[in-house]
Design a protein around this ligand. Structure first.
Ligand code: BEZ
Length: 213
């Protein structure tokens, strides 16, 4: 399996691996146990778009801590390159990348997570984002090409949406943001449908009803 490119799917258990990172060796399944995890790849150290993205994650470190969410970065670079880049960004901007960054020099993790997409590059990982829940299941996946940076607001919105959907057993509509009404699951019986008609839900029809959390 090690050399084959695979693309994990939503609902799969996050593939496990052992890797060297900027915070030391990591057994991924141990590292992510019991918390949400955002595993994200970037094409290369010392490149402009990647520097803006990594800085964005680092500036929101406290936000992710408060959401019980670990950040794990990755690129196909050596640990020495990662450390030099972390040092360079710290010196230039004062921002420290505290989260671990995987040195995926053998491309093992990139291939395991479909981050190496040969139509885009044979040697650099695309900008992938995997949201993994505390049970180790992949819940949401984003892939961006090399030349387009991600949207931190959407990454944070997606995380809160997943956590809210789990906690309250609801679905979330287009453009949902924290504080907005949520969708109540459609009724499964006629009795539930009649009950719904008598409720104070905001209703378009019996199958599309919203409520405050
Ligand atoms: C960048 O991060 O700026 C970048 C990296 C690889 C290809 C294109 C842009």
């Amino acid at each position: 399996m090690e050399n084959q490119i695979t693309i994990p799917r939503i609902g799969d258990t996050a593939p496990d691996f052992k890797a060297m990172t900027t915070t030391g060796p990591m057994q991924f399944s141990d590292h992510i146990k019991g918390s949400w995890t955002i595993l994200f790849s970037h094409p290369a150290d010392f490149t402009p778009v990647c520097t803006t993205e990594m800085t964005g994650f680092a500036l929101d470190q406290k936000y992710f801590d408060e959401k019980n969410t670990k950040l794990v970065g990755l690129s196909i670079d050596s640990i020495h390159s990662h450390i030099a880049w972390v040092n360079n960004v710290k010196k230039n901007t004062g921002v420290l990348f505290e989260f671990p960054i995987i040195a995926d020099i053998d491309m093992n993790v990139s291939k395991l997570y479909g981050m190496l997409q040969p139509g885009e590059s044979e040697t650099a990982a695309v900008r992938a984002v995997f949201f993994i829940d505390p049970k180790g299941k992949i819940r949401l996946i984003m892939y961006y090409p090399l030349n387009v940076g991600r949207n931190m607001d959407e990454i944070k919105r997606s995380l809160v949406a997943l956590q809210t959907a789990d906690q309250y057993k609801v679905s979330l509509p287009l453009n949902w943001r924290e504080g907005d009404k949520v969708i109540v699951s459609p009724p499964k019986t006629v009795a539930e449908m009649l009950e719904r008609e008598a409720s104070d839900y905001e209703m378009v029809d019996f199958y599309l009803a919203k409520r405050d959390l």
